[in-house]
Write a protein that binds this ligand. Sequence first.
Ligand SMILES: Cc1cc2nc3c(=O)[nH]c(=O)nc-3n(C[C@H](O)[C@H](O)[C@H](O)COP(=O)(O)OP(=O)(O)OC[C@H]3O[C@@H](n4cnc5c(N)ncnc54)[C@H](O)[C@@H]3O)c2cc1C
Length: 496
Amino acid sequence: MPDSETPSVPKRIAVIGGGASGLAAAHRLIELSNEESTRFEVTLFEASDTVGGVAGTRRIGDYLMETGPDMFITNQPAALNLCQRIGLSDELIPTETEHRGSLVLRKGKPVRVPEGFMLISPAKVWPVLTSRIFSPLGKLRMGLEYLLPRKKEQTDETLAGFVKRRFGSEAFDRLIQPLVGGIYTADPDKLSLQATLPRFLEMEQKHRSLIIASRKQAAARESGSENDGSGARYGLFTAPRNGISVLFNRLLKVVREGAVVRLGEAVTSVSKQRTGGFSITSNSGATDEFDGVVVALPAFHSAKTLEPSVTDRDETSLADSMRKISELLNEIEYSSAAVVVSGHQLSDIEHPLDAFGLVIPAIENRKVLAISFTSRKFPGRAPKGRILLRTFVGGAMQPEMLDQSDDEITKTVLAELKSILGVNGEPDFTEVCRYERAMPQYHLGHCERVARIRELVAKIEGLELAGNAFSGVGIPDCISSGESAAERLAEQLVQA
Ligand SMILES: Cc1cc2nc3c(=O)[nH]c(=O)nc-3n(C[C@H](O)[C@H](O)[C@H](O)COP(=O)(O)OP(=O)(O)OC[C@H]3O[C@@H](n4cnc5c(N)ncnc54)[C@H](O)[C@@H]3O)c2cc1C
Protein backbone atom coordinates (compact mmCIF):
# COMPACT_ATOMS: atom_id res chain seq x y z
CA MET A 1 0.00 0.00 0.00
CA PRO A 2 1.50 3.44 -0.87
CA ASP A 3 2.38 5.61 2.12
CA SER A 4 -0.35 8.16 1.39
CA GLU A 5 -2.95 5.43 1.74
CA THR A 6 -1.53 3.96 4.95
CA PRO A 7 -4.06 4.68 7.67
CA SER A 8 -2.30 6.79 10.29
CA VAL A 9 -2.27 5.67 13.93
CA PRO A 10 -4.99 7.67 15.67
CA LYS A 11 -3.74 10.34 18.04
CA ARG A 12 -5.18 10.00 21.54
CA ILE A 13 -6.49 13.25 22.99
CA ALA A 14 -7.90 13.92 26.46
CA VAL A 15 -10.28 16.79 27.10
CA ILE A 16 -10.62 17.60 30.78
CA GLY A 17 -13.82 19.31 31.91
CA GLY A 18 -17.34 18.89 30.56
CA GLY A 19 -18.57 22.49 30.81
CA ALA A 20 -19.23 24.69 27.78
CA SER A 21 -15.49 24.98 27.05
CA GLY A 22 -14.57 21.30 27.32
CA LEU A 23 -17.64 20.03 25.47
CA ALA A 24 -16.99 22.47 22.63
CA ALA A 25 -13.35 21.36 22.48
CA ALA A 26 -14.28 17.67 22.37
CA HIS A 27 -16.92 18.30 19.73
CA ARG A 28 -14.54 20.31 17.53
CA LEU A 29 -11.88 17.58 17.79
CA ILE A 30 -14.39 15.01 16.59
CA GLU A 31 -15.34 17.26 13.68
CA LEU A 32 -11.66 17.76 12.80
CA SER A 33 -10.98 14.06 13.11
CA ASN A 34 -13.50 13.47 10.38
CA GLU A 35 -11.93 16.17 8.20
CA GLU A 36 -8.19 15.65 8.79
CA SER A 37 -6.06 12.85 7.48
CA THR A 38 -5.02 12.18 11.08
CA ARG A 39 -7.70 10.58 13.18
CA PHE A 40 -8.22 11.47 16.81
CA GLU A 41 -9.43 9.23 19.61
CA VAL A 42 -11.01 11.66 22.04
CA THR A 43 -11.70 10.99 25.73
CA LEU A 44 -13.64 13.53 27.78
CA PHE A 45 -13.15 13.51 31.55
CA GLU A 46 -15.80 15.20 33.68
CA ALA A 47 -15.69 15.17 37.48
CA SER A 48 -19.44 15.27 38.06
CA ASP A 49 -22.02 12.84 36.78
CA THR A 50 -23.44 15.35 34.32
CA VAL A 51 -22.13 17.86 31.76
CA GLY A 52 -22.72 21.61 31.46
CA GLY A 53 -20.56 22.79 34.40
CA VAL A 54 -22.23 25.81 35.97
CA ALA A 55 -25.26 25.44 33.69
CA GLY A 56 -28.30 23.49 34.81
CA THR A 57 -32.00 23.39 33.92
CA ARG A 58 -34.56 21.71 36.14
CA ARG A 59 -38.33 21.46 36.30
CA ILE A 60 -40.05 22.31 39.56
CA GLY A 61 -43.74 21.63 39.03
CA ASP A 62 -44.66 23.74 36.00
CA TYR A 63 -41.69 26.06 36.43
CA LEU A 64 -38.63 25.66 34.21
CA MET A 65 -35.72 26.71 36.35
CA GLU A 66 -32.23 27.71 35.26
CA THR A 67 -29.71 27.45 38.06
CA GLY A 68 -26.79 29.10 36.20
CA PRO A 69 -26.76 30.80 32.78
CA ASP A 70 -30.18 31.24 31.19
CA MET A 71 -29.34 32.66 27.74
CA PHE A 72 -26.51 33.59 25.44
CA ILE A 73 -25.67 36.48 23.18
CA THR A 74 -25.88 35.95 19.43
CA ASN A 75 -23.61 38.69 18.10
CA GLN A 76 -20.63 36.52 18.99
CA PRO A 77 -21.25 33.73 16.51
CA ALA A 78 -19.56 30.71 18.16
CA ALA A 79 -22.58 29.47 20.12
CA LEU A 80 -25.07 30.00 17.30
CA ASN A 81 -22.77 28.28 14.82
CA LEU A 82 -22.34 25.34 17.13
CA CYS A 83 -26.11 25.07 17.63
CA GLN A 84 -26.50 24.95 13.88
CA ARG A 85 -23.92 22.17 13.52
CA ILE A 86 -25.56 20.00 16.19
CA GLY A 87 -29.06 20.55 14.80
CA LEU A 88 -30.34 22.82 17.55
CA SER A 89 -31.14 25.99 15.58
CA ASP A 90 -34.86 25.25 15.37
CA GLU A 91 -35.08 24.98 19.15
CA LEU A 92 -33.61 28.42 19.83
CA ILE A 93 -36.05 31.16 20.77
CA PRO A 94 -35.52 34.94 21.02
CA THR A 95 -36.38 36.93 24.11
CA GLU A 96 -40.00 38.07 24.45
CA THR A 97 -40.67 41.51 22.98
CA GLU A 98 -43.23 42.70 25.54
CA HIS A 99 -41.08 43.51 28.56
CA ARG A 100 -37.71 44.32 27.02
CA GLY A 101 -35.68 46.77 29.06
CA SER A 102 -34.19 46.82 32.51
CA LEU A 103 -34.49 48.66 35.79
CA VAL A 104 -31.98 50.07 38.23
CA LEU A 105 -32.62 50.79 41.88
CA ARG A 106 -32.45 54.45 42.90
CA LYS A 107 -33.03 55.39 46.52
CA GLY A 108 -34.94 52.15 47.05
CA LYS A 109 -37.19 52.52 43.98
CA PRO A 110 -36.84 50.73 40.62
CA VAL A 111 -36.24 53.20 37.76
CA ARG A 112 -36.04 52.36 34.05
CA VAL A 113 -32.56 52.26 32.47
CA PRO A 114 -32.54 54.92 29.71
CA GLU A 115 -33.37 53.55 26.29
CA GLY A 116 -30.30 52.96 24.17
CA PHE A 117 -27.88 52.73 27.10
CA MET A 118 -25.22 50.27 26.01
CA LEU A 119 -23.54 48.96 29.16
CA ILE A 120 -21.20 51.94 29.55
CA SER A 121 -22.32 54.47 27.05
CA PRO A 122 -25.59 56.16 26.04
CA ALA A 123 -26.47 55.96 22.36
CA LYS A 124 -29.42 58.37 22.80
CA VAL A 125 -29.26 61.72 24.58
CA TRP A 126 -32.93 62.42 25.30
CA PRO A 127 -33.62 59.30 27.40
CA VAL A 128 -30.62 60.19 29.60
CA LEU A 129 -31.74 63.82 29.92
CA THR A 130 -35.22 62.76 31.02
CA SER A 131 -34.08 59.86 33.24
CA ARG A 132 -34.69 60.01 36.98
CA ILE A 133 -31.52 58.03 37.63
CA PHE A 134 -29.13 60.98 37.41
CA SER A 135 -29.10 64.41 39.05
CA PRO A 136 -28.94 67.54 36.79
CA LEU A 137 -25.25 67.89 37.67
CA GLY A 138 -24.63 64.22 36.93
CA LYS A 139 -26.29 64.63 33.52
CA LEU A 140 -24.18 67.68 32.77
CA ARG A 141 -21.03 65.76 33.63
CA MET A 142 -22.10 62.87 31.40
CA GLY A 143 -22.74 65.31 28.55
CA LEU A 144 -19.21 66.64 28.91
CA GLU A 145 -18.00 63.29 27.57
CA TYR A 146 -18.97 64.52 24.14
CA LEU A 147 -16.21 67.12 24.33
CA LEU A 148 -13.47 65.27 26.19
CA PRO A 149 -10.26 64.39 24.34
CA ARG A 150 -9.19 60.77 24.00
CA LYS A 151 -6.59 59.43 26.40
CA LYS A 152 -3.14 59.81 24.89
CA GLU A 153 -1.28 56.81 26.24
CA GLN A 154 -2.85 53.42 25.48
CA THR A 155 -2.23 51.83 28.87
CA ASP A 156 -4.79 49.62 30.55
CA GLU A 157 -6.93 51.09 33.33
CA THR A 158 -9.68 49.86 35.62
CA LEU A 159 -13.20 49.82 34.33
CA ALA A 160 -14.24 52.18 37.12
CA GLY A 161 -11.37 54.56 36.32
CA PHE A 162 -12.27 54.64 32.65
CA VAL A 163 -15.99 55.26 33.23
CA LYS A 164 -15.38 57.96 35.84
CA ARG A 165 -12.84 59.64 33.54
CA ARG A 166 -15.30 59.71 30.63
CA PHE A 167 -18.72 60.11 32.30
CA GLY A 168 -18.07 61.11 35.93
CA SER A 169 -18.63 59.33 39.25
CA GLU A 170 -22.40 59.62 39.35
CA ALA A 171 -22.89 57.74 36.08
CA PHE A 172 -20.60 55.04 37.41
CA ASP A 173 -22.12 54.74 40.88
CA ARG A 174 -25.76 54.98 39.82
CA LEU A 175 -25.81 52.80 36.71
CA ILE A 176 -22.60 51.49 35.18
CA GLN A 177 -21.21 49.80 38.30
CA PRO A 178 -24.24 47.51 38.73
CA LEU A 179 -24.65 46.88 34.98
CA VAL A 180 -21.04 45.86 34.43
CA GLY A 181 -20.32 44.48 37.90
CA GLY A 182 -23.25 42.09 37.39
CA ILE A 183 -21.70 40.38 34.38
CA TYR A 184 -18.61 39.34 36.31
CA THR A 185 -20.09 39.51 39.84
CA ALA A 186 -17.03 41.69 40.24
CA ASP A 187 -15.68 44.90 41.69
CA PRO A 188 -15.24 47.26 38.70
CA ASP A 189 -12.64 49.18 40.73
CA LYS A 190 -10.36 46.20 40.10
CA LEU A 191 -11.52 45.00 36.66
CA SER A 192 -9.25 45.59 33.69
CA LEU A 193 -11.00 47.49 30.91
CA GLN A 194 -8.81 45.87 28.29
CA ALA A 195 -9.66 42.36 29.51
CA THR A 196 -13.41 42.91 30.00
CA LEU A 197 -14.73 45.52 27.58
CA PRO A 198 -11.91 46.37 25.15
CA ARG A 199 -14.40 47.59 22.56
CA PHE A 200 -15.01 50.74 24.62
CA LEU A 201 -11.30 51.46 24.66
CA GLU A 202 -11.28 51.02 20.88
CA MET A 203 -14.31 53.29 20.57
CA GLU A 204 -12.46 56.02 22.47
CA GLN A 205 -9.35 55.59 20.35
CA LYS A 206 -11.28 55.62 17.08
CA HIS A 207 -14.06 58.15 17.70
CA ARG A 208 -12.67 60.11 20.68
CA SER A 209 -16.12 60.28 22.35
CA LEU A 210 -18.05 57.16 23.38
CA ILE A 211 -21.34 59.02 22.91
CA ILE A 212 -20.44 59.76 19.31
CA ALA A 213 -19.31 56.16 18.74
CA SER A 214 -22.43 54.67 20.38
CA ARG A 215 -24.75 56.90 18.38
CA LYS A 216 -23.04 55.87 15.15
CA GLN A 217 -23.35 52.20 16.06
CA ALA A 218 -26.99 52.60 17.06
CA ALA A 219 -27.79 54.40 13.81
CA ALA A 220 -26.14 51.60 11.85
CA ARG A 221 -28.15 49.03 13.79
CA GLU A 222 -31.38 50.92 13.40
CA SER A 223 -30.87 51.09 9.66
CA GLY A 224 -30.83 47.31 10.03
CA SER A 225 -34.27 47.97 11.64
CA GLU A 226 -33.62 46.55 15.09
CA ASN A 227 -35.38 48.11 18.05
CA ASP A 228 -34.10 46.47 21.17
CA GLY A 229 -35.63 48.40 24.03
CA SER A 230 -33.56 49.87 26.83
CA GLY A 231 -30.39 48.61 28.44
CA ALA A 232 -28.73 45.72 26.64
CA ARG A 233 -29.61 44.69 23.11
CA TYR A 234 -32.24 42.15 24.08
CA GLY A 235 -32.99 41.08 20.52
CA LEU A 236 -29.52 39.61 20.55
CA PHE A 237 -30.12 37.02 23.25
CA THR A 238 -31.43 33.53 22.80
CA ALA A 239 -31.91 30.23 24.63
CA PRO A 240 -33.21 26.78 23.76
CA ARG A 241 -37.00 26.64 24.21
CA ASN A 242 -36.66 24.04 26.98
CA GLY A 243 -33.74 25.60 28.79
CA ILE A 244 -30.00 26.00 28.46
CA SER A 245 -29.22 22.39 29.44
CA VAL A 246 -30.73 21.28 26.14
CA LEU A 247 -27.61 22.70 24.48
CA PHE A 248 -25.24 20.76 26.74
CA ASN A 249 -27.22 17.51 26.63
CA ARG A 250 -27.34 17.66 22.83
CA LEU A 251 -23.60 18.32 22.74
CA LEU A 252 -23.03 15.35 25.03
CA LYS A 253 -25.10 13.13 22.74
CA VAL A 254 -23.10 14.19 19.67
CA VAL A 255 -19.77 13.93 21.50
CA ARG A 256 -20.65 10.42 22.70
CA GLU A 257 -21.05 9.33 19.09
CA GLY A 258 -17.38 10.12 18.44
CA ALA A 259 -15.60 10.04 21.78
CA VAL A 260 -15.35 8.18 25.07
CA VAL A 261 -17.02 10.18 27.84
CA ARG A 262 -15.87 9.39 31.38
CA LEU A 263 -18.37 11.05 33.71
CA GLY A 264 -17.70 11.09 37.45
CA GLU A 265 -13.92 11.01 36.90
CA ALA A 266 -11.98 13.97 38.23
CA VAL A 267 -8.50 14.27 36.78
CA THR A 268 -5.94 14.59 39.55
CA SER A 269 -2.79 15.07 37.50
CA VAL A 270 -1.62 15.77 33.98
CA SER A 271 2.02 14.92 33.62
CA LYS A 272 4.08 15.59 30.51
CA GLN A 273 6.39 12.72 29.66
CA ARG A 274 9.90 13.56 28.52
CA THR A 275 9.38 11.07 25.70
CA GLY A 276 6.38 13.16 24.53
CA GLY A 277 2.74 12.56 25.38
CA PHE A 278 0.96 12.91 28.69
CA SER A 279 0.05 10.63 31.59
CA ILE A 280 -3.33 11.49 32.98
CA THR A 281 -4.46 10.15 36.34
CA SER A 282 -7.98 10.41 37.65
CA ASN A 283 -9.58 9.85 41.02
CA SER A 284 -10.58 6.37 39.82
CA GLY A 285 -6.90 5.51 40.25
CA ALA A 286 -6.47 4.83 36.52
CA THR A 287 -3.59 6.37 34.57
CA ASP A 288 -3.85 6.65 30.79
CA GLU A 289 -1.48 7.88 28.12
CA PHE A 290 -2.45 10.55 25.59
CA ASP A 291 -0.71 12.39 22.73
CA GLY A 292 -2.45 15.68 23.49
CA VAL A 293 -4.65 17.28 26.11
CA VAL A 294 -7.06 20.19 26.37
CA VAL A 295 -7.47 21.29 29.99
CA ALA A 296 -10.82 23.12 30.16
CA LEU A 297 -11.26 23.74 33.89
CA PRO A 298 -11.55 26.77 36.17
CA ALA A 299 -8.00 28.18 36.42
CA PHE A 300 -7.36 26.99 39.99
CA HIS A 301 -8.35 23.41 39.04
CA SER A 302 -6.15 23.55 35.93
CA ALA A 303 -3.32 24.82 38.12
CA LYS A 304 -3.66 21.84 40.45
CA THR A 305 -3.76 19.21 37.71
CA LEU A 306 -0.77 20.72 35.88
CA GLU A 307 1.41 21.21 38.95
CA PRO A 308 4.46 18.96 38.52
CA SER A 309 4.48 16.08 40.99
CA VAL A 310 7.12 16.06 43.74
CA THR A 311 9.21 13.50 41.81
CA ASP A 312 9.06 15.70 38.71
CA ARG A 313 10.26 18.74 40.54
CA ASP A 314 13.76 18.79 39.19
CA GLU A 315 14.89 21.85 37.37
CA THR A 316 14.22 20.63 33.85
CA SER A 317 12.81 23.39 31.71
CA LEU A 318 9.67 21.28 31.23
CA ALA A 319 8.92 20.98 34.95
CA ASP A 320 9.82 24.62 35.34
CA SER A 321 7.37 25.71 32.63
CA MET A 322 4.58 23.53 34.08
CA ARG A 323 5.21 25.00 37.52
CA LYS A 324 5.13 28.56 36.17
CA ILE A 325 1.91 27.91 34.25
CA SER A 326 0.39 26.50 37.41
CA GLU A 327 1.49 29.52 39.47
CA LEU A 328 0.13 32.01 36.94
CA LEU A 329 -3.20 30.15 36.73
CA ASN A 330 -3.46 30.26 40.51
CA GLU A 331 -3.09 34.05 40.40
CA ILE A 332 -6.42 34.42 38.57
CA GLU A 333 -8.92 35.31 41.27
CA TYR A 334 -12.50 34.03 41.37
CA SER A 335 -15.63 35.32 43.03
CA SER A 336 -18.42 33.22 44.51
CA ALA A 337 -22.11 33.95 44.17
CA ALA A 338 -25.46 32.40 44.92
CA VAL A 339 -28.63 32.55 42.89
CA VAL A 340 -31.91 32.28 44.77
CA VAL A 341 -34.56 31.01 42.37
CA SER A 342 -38.14 31.56 43.47
CA GLY A 343 -41.63 31.14 42.00
CA HIS A 344 -44.44 33.58 42.89
CA GLN A 345 -48.04 34.41 42.09
CA LEU A 346 -48.06 37.61 40.01
CA SER A 347 -51.03 38.82 42.03
CA ASP A 348 -48.80 38.77 45.15
CA ILE A 349 -46.43 41.36 43.61
CA GLU A 350 -47.06 45.10 43.73
CA HIS A 351 -44.52 46.08 41.05
CA PRO A 352 -45.63 45.41 37.44
CA LEU A 353 -42.26 43.75 36.66
CA ASP A 354 -42.38 45.40 33.25
CA ALA A 355 -38.74 44.63 32.37
CA PHE A 356 -36.30 41.72 32.15
CA GLY A 357 -34.71 42.52 35.48
CA LEU A 358 -33.34 44.97 38.01
CA VAL A 359 -29.73 45.81 38.90
CA ILE A 360 -28.77 47.28 42.24
CA PRO A 361 -25.91 49.78 42.67
CA ALA A 362 -23.51 49.16 45.56
CA ILE A 363 -24.28 52.65 46.91
CA GLU A 364 -27.86 51.54 47.58
CA ASN A 365 -26.45 49.31 50.35
CA ARG A 366 -28.79 46.41 49.73
CA LYS A 367 -28.08 42.74 50.31
CA VAL A 368 -28.80 41.60 46.73
CA LEU A 369 -26.91 42.40 43.52
CA ALA A 370 -29.55 41.92 40.85
CA ILE A 371 -32.95 40.33 40.25
CA SER A 372 -33.75 38.66 36.95
CA PHE A 373 -37.44 38.47 36.02
CA THR A 374 -36.65 35.21 34.26
CA SER A 375 -40.07 34.28 32.95
CA ARG A 376 -40.44 37.78 31.44
CA LYS A 377 -37.49 36.97 29.16
CA PHE A 378 -38.54 33.62 27.71
CA PRO A 379 -41.89 31.85 27.44
CA GLY A 380 -42.53 28.58 29.25
CA ARG A 381 -40.47 29.38 32.36
CA ALA A 382 -43.46 29.84 34.71
CA PRO A 383 -47.09 28.71 34.71
CA LYS A 384 -49.84 31.21 33.85
CA GLY A 385 -50.33 33.88 36.50
CA ARG A 386 -46.94 33.08 38.07
CA ILE A 387 -43.42 34.54 37.75
CA LEU A 388 -39.98 33.01 38.12
CA LEU A 389 -37.41 35.30 39.77
CA ARG A 390 -33.66 34.75 40.10
CA THR A 391 -31.95 36.90 42.72
CA PHE A 392 -28.15 37.16 42.70
CA VAL A 393 -26.22 37.59 45.95
CA GLY A 394 -22.56 37.63 46.98
CA GLY A 395 -19.96 38.22 44.29
CA ALA A 396 -16.79 40.23 44.83
CA MET A 397 -18.76 43.12 46.37
CA GLN A 398 -20.56 41.10 49.08
CA PRO A 399 -18.57 37.90 49.66
CA GLU A 400 -19.78 37.66 53.28
CA MET A 401 -23.28 36.78 52.03
CA LEU A 402 -22.02 33.32 51.09
CA ASP A 403 -21.12 32.62 54.74
CA GLN A 404 -24.82 32.45 55.52
CA SER A 405 -26.80 29.20 55.49
CA ASP A 406 -29.26 28.56 52.65
CA ASP A 407 -32.15 29.37 54.99
CA GLU A 408 -30.58 32.68 56.01
CA ILE A 409 -29.87 33.64 52.38
CA THR A 410 -33.46 32.80 51.42
CA LYS A 411 -34.84 34.86 54.30
CA THR A 412 -32.65 37.84 53.33
CA VAL A 413 -33.65 37.59 49.67
CA LEU A 414 -37.38 37.34 50.40
CA ALA A 415 -37.14 40.39 52.68
CA GLU A 416 -35.34 42.33 49.92
CA LEU A 417 -37.88 41.23 47.28
CA LYS A 418 -40.67 42.46 49.54
CA SER A 419 -39.00 45.78 50.23
CA ILE A 420 -37.86 46.52 46.65
CA LEU A 421 -40.64 45.05 44.50
CA GLY A 422 -43.48 44.49 46.95
CA VAL A 423 -43.31 40.70 46.67
CA ASN A 424 -45.83 39.48 49.26
CA GLY A 425 -47.26 36.11 50.20
CA GLU A 426 -45.61 32.71 50.29
CA PRO A 427 -43.52 31.78 47.24
CA ASP A 428 -44.45 28.55 45.43
CA PHE A 429 -40.86 27.45 45.98
CA THR A 430 -37.39 28.81 46.69
CA GLU A 431 -34.08 27.23 45.94
CA VAL A 432 -30.53 28.42 46.65
CA CYS A 433 -27.91 27.56 44.00
CA ARG A 434 -24.37 28.25 45.19
CA TYR A 435 -21.49 28.95 42.85
CA GLU A 436 -18.23 28.73 44.79
CA ARG A 437 -15.35 30.36 42.92
CA ALA A 438 -17.29 30.22 39.66
CA MET A 439 -16.59 33.62 38.14
CA PRO A 440 -13.03 34.59 37.13
CA GLN A 441 -12.11 38.17 37.93
CA TYR A 442 -10.24 39.84 35.09
CA HIS A 443 -8.33 42.26 37.26
CA LEU A 444 -5.84 44.84 36.04
CA GLY A 445 -2.90 42.92 34.55
CA HIS A 446 -5.11 40.04 33.34
CA CYS A 447 -4.18 40.38 29.66
CA GLU A 448 -0.45 40.29 30.45
CA ARG A 449 -0.90 37.26 32.70
CA VAL A 450 -2.89 35.40 30.04
CA ALA A 451 -0.32 36.28 27.37
CA ARG A 452 2.43 34.88 29.62
CA ILE A 453 0.42 31.68 30.23
CA ARG A 454 -0.15 31.25 26.49
CA GLU A 455 3.54 31.78 25.80
CA LEU A 456 4.52 29.06 28.27
CA VAL A 457 1.80 26.66 27.10
CA ALA A 458 2.95 27.08 23.50
CA LYS A 459 6.33 25.63 24.55
CA ILE A 460 4.72 22.40 25.74
CA GLU A 461 3.85 20.35 22.72
CA GLY A 462 0.41 18.79 22.89
CA LEU A 463 -0.93 20.98 25.72
CA GLU A 464 -3.80 23.45 25.30
CA LEU A 465 -5.89 25.36 27.83
CA ALA A 466 -9.49 26.52 27.46
CA GLY A 467 -12.16 27.97 29.71
CA ASN A 468 -13.71 31.14 31.01
CA ALA A 469 -10.53 32.18 32.83
CA PHE A 470 -8.90 33.73 29.79
CA SER A 471 -10.80 35.79 27.22
CA GLY A 472 -14.46 36.03 28.10
CA VAL A 473 -16.94 34.46 30.49
CA GLY A 474 -20.05 34.25 28.30
CA ILE A 475 -21.11 30.90 26.83
CA PRO A 476 -20.09 31.96 23.28
CA ASP A 477 -16.65 33.00 24.62
CA CYS A 478 -16.24 29.61 26.29
CA ILE A 479 -17.33 27.72 23.16
CA SER A 480 -14.92 29.78 21.12
CA SER A 481 -12.14 29.14 23.64
CA GLY A 482 -12.72 25.36 23.52
CA GLU A 483 -12.94 25.23 19.75
CA SER A 484 -9.79 27.33 19.25
CA ALA A 485 -7.87 25.11 21.68
CA ALA A 486 -9.05 22.04 19.74
CA GLU A 487 -7.97 23.56 16.44
CA ARG A 488 -4.51 24.53 17.72
CA LEU A 489 -3.99 21.06 19.16
CA ALA A 490 -5.21 19.32 16.00
CA GLU A 491 -2.80 21.37 13.93
CA GLN A 492 0.13 20.42 16.17
CA LEU A 493 -0.74 16.74 16.17
CA VAL A 494 -1.33 16.56 12.43
CA GLN A 495 2.11 18.06 11.84
CA ALA A 496 3.83 15.81 14.42
C1 LIG B 1 -24.74 32.00 38.06
C2 LIG B 1 -24.16 32.21 36.68
C3 LIG B 1 -24.95 32.76 35.68
C4 LIG B 1 -24.42 32.96 34.40
N1 LIG B 1 -25.22 33.46 33.42
C5 LIG B 1 -24.76 33.49 32.14
C6 LIG B 1 -25.66 33.81 31.06
O1 LIG B 1 -26.85 34.03 31.26
N2 LIG B 1 -25.14 33.81 29.80
C7 LIG B 1 -23.82 33.51 29.53
O2 LIG B 1 -23.42 33.53 28.36
N3 LIG B 1 -22.96 33.18 30.54
C8 LIG B 1 -23.40 33.15 31.82
N4 LIG B 1 -22.56 32.77 32.82
C9 LIG B 1 -21.15 32.44 32.50
C10 LIG B 1 -21.00 31.08 31.83
O3 LIG B 1 -22.09 30.25 32.15
C11 LIG B 1 -19.70 30.37 32.27
O4 LIG B 1 -18.60 31.25 32.14
C12 LIG B 1 -19.43 29.12 31.44
O5 LIG B 1 -20.56 28.27 31.40
C13 LIG B 1 -18.21 28.40 31.99
O6 LIG B 1 -17.95 27.23 31.23
P1 LIG B 1 -16.58 26.44 31.42
O7 LIG B 1 -16.68 25.18 30.67
O8 LIG B 1 -15.43 27.32 31.09
O9 LIG B 1 -16.47 26.15 32.99
P2 LIG B 1 -17.40 25.31 33.95
O10 LIG B 1 -18.83 25.48 33.60
O11 LIG B 1 -16.96 25.68 35.32
O12 LIG B 1 -17.01 23.80 33.64
C14 LIG B 1 -15.88 23.18 34.15
C15 LIG B 1 -16.18 21.69 34.31
O13 LIG B 1 -15.01 21.03 34.75
C16 LIG B 1 -15.38 20.04 35.70
N5 LIG B 1 -14.20 19.75 36.51
C17 LIG B 1 -13.66 20.49 37.52
N6 LIG B 1 -12.53 19.90 37.96
C18 LIG B 1 -12.36 18.78 37.21
C19 LIG B 1 -11.35 17.78 37.18
N7 LIG B 1 -10.31 17.80 38.02
N8 LIG B 1 -11.47 16.76 36.28
C20 LIG B 1 -12.52 16.72 35.44
N9 LIG B 1 -13.50 17.64 35.42
C21 LIG B 1 -13.41 18.66 36.30
C22 LIG B 1 -16.52 20.66 36.45
O14 LIG B 1 -17.30 19.66 37.09
C23 LIG B 1 -17.26 21.39 35.34
O15 LIG B 1 -18.25 20.59 34.75
C24 LIG B 1 -23.06 32.58 34.12
C25 LIG B 1 -22.28 32.01 35.13
C26 LIG B 1 -22.81 31.82 36.41
C27 LIG B 1 -21.95 31.18 37.47
